[in-house]
Write a new protein. Sequence first.
Length: 137
Amino acid sequence: MDFRCVPLQTGGAEPETARGGPGRPKLGVVAREVTLLPRHWQWLSSQPEGASVVLRKLVEEARRANAGKDGVRRSQEAANRFMSVMAGDAPGFEEAARALFAGDAERFDQRVQGWPADLRDHAGTLARVALEDQPAG
């Protein structure tokens, strides 16, 4: 069985004709190209639910399994972007960034102590998830 996905044209407007009648209603599904090795396509084609259903289930399972790590990464990225723009030349910036990515809350707090209170507080708010004690995993 050969699965081919055609990339969705994202630059144009949606067609104005609404589909009525039999078939699936529009659920917000977006078609994109997926590139897999032949053995992956072979495994997908052997699944009774079909490739799209199996891929959606795998993505949802991975999202749930990595929710904590993803939250930490988003927190680190948001705090680092803010700190780079607003405090990139402030004393202790580089050390604070290292502490942020190391998950060392105590060292982070020490390094941002000399910053203006509003910058320090907002950086701490953005970094909160990254600096919380994370379960080993």
